[in-house]
Design a protein around this ligand. Structure first.
Ligand code: ADP
Ligand code: MG
Length: 309
């Protein structure tokens, strides 16, 4: 094979090379990201830019911050799930590839799923979207409106109340959670739906294998947590005070949005949480959990027929 130097030399001598080179340079320099990089780094000189032209050209051909990709699977970059970042290396500008926001969210979800089995997204709900929830349905209108309002108001770090969606079996409560979770994922905001009865069973069996703490910790810190079917679990003082109490207390202090679905309204859930008839003390403890739930989430009744029939 001909040494690369020679080949390059020939190319340079070819007709029109200079014009092509100039127009490529123009295209690179006028790119808004490159402009911004030059403005932010005083040390960048024209000769540095010229020396790094091939790298910069590679950079402008890639999608940054997922802006030009429809999804992680549809990522157009050279290395799927990685986007370029410009850095200065001596007298050159170089590219570093880092995980893109979608890939970070995806990896985070995978990690949660491998840690916590009861994090789930049923198949039909995987496809739930705010667009597909039936807005023309007056009985569900309040709940869908409240979900839309949450999505409009929420941004990471802001305190926005989640929703406590309650109503009969099959009316579409979990489906609404799925639609909210998917809408958040599109904005690269991590959320987690835990099916509470299963999660609590799982926690009890992880007391032995020392993963209990890690599991509670992952759930407690997720940016948007959705507890599906609270009230359907087997209640005990351990579940109520040590698990639910701990998670909810943390989320309250950190202003982390939390959603719930339940067959019970607040009154019914309070009764469920007062699981034994051991008198006043249990009532106080149940009331304390209810206070936290009411602080975290706004109650919205979901009406309508059973969609599973
Ligand atoms: P719930 O959690 O209230 O018991 P689900 O959310 O599981 O009810 O909904 C019951 C069934 O109806 C599910 O199969 C779900 O996919 C479907 N479903 C609910 N809401 C909608 C909707 N707006 N559009 C299409 N399917 C829906
Ligand atoms: Mg449900």
């Amino acid at each position: 094979m001909e040494p690369i130097q020679n080949a390059f030399g020939k190319l340079i001598q070819k007709e029109g090379f200079k014009e092509r080179y100039e127009s490529l340079k123009e295209e690179v320099i006028s790119h808004p990201h490159i402009q911004q990089f030059i403005e932010e780094h005083e040390e960048v000189t024209t000769s540095m830019v010229e020396r790094s032209l091939i790298k910069l050209y590679e950079y402008i051909g890639q999608s940054v911050a997922c802006k030009e990709c429809p999804s992680l699977e549809g990522c157009k970059n050279m290395i799927q799930g990685y986007h370029p970042h410009l850095i200065i290396q001596g007298k050159m500008i170089d590219i570093q590839y880092e995980r893109c926001p979608r890939k970070v969210t995806h990896d985070e979800r995978k990690k949660q799923e491998s840690l916590i089995q009861s994090v789930y997204m049923p198949k039909d709900i995987l496809e739930a979207s705010m667009a597909s929830v039936d807005l023309g349905d007056p009985q569900r209108f309040n709940a869908i409106l409240a979900a839309k309002q949450f999505l409009d108001e929420y941004e990471p770090g802001k305190r926005v109340q989640g929703l406590y969606l309650y109503g009969a079996f099959g009316v579409g409560k979990t489906y609404i959670l799925g639609a909210v979770a998917n809408a958040l994922a599109e904005r690269q905001i991590a959320s987690m739906i835990v099916y509470l009865p299963e999660f609590l069973r799982e926690l009890k069996s992880s007391i032995q294998d020392n993963t209990l703490h890690d599991k509670i910790d992952a759930v407690k810190r997720v940016p948007v947590l959705m507890m599906d079917d609270i009230g359907a679990e087997a209640m005990s003082s351990f579940v109520r005070d040590d698990i639910l109490g701990t998670i909810l207390q943390f989320r309250m202090l950190e202003n982390l949005p939390t959603f719930f679905t339940s067959n019970f309204d607040f009154k019914g859930l309070e009764h469920h949480l007062t699981y034994t008839q051991r008198g006043e003390e249990e009532k106080m403890k149940a009331a304390r959990i209810m206070e936290r739930i009411k602080y975290l989430a706004k109650p919205v009744e979901v009406l309508g027929g059973n969609r599973r029939l």
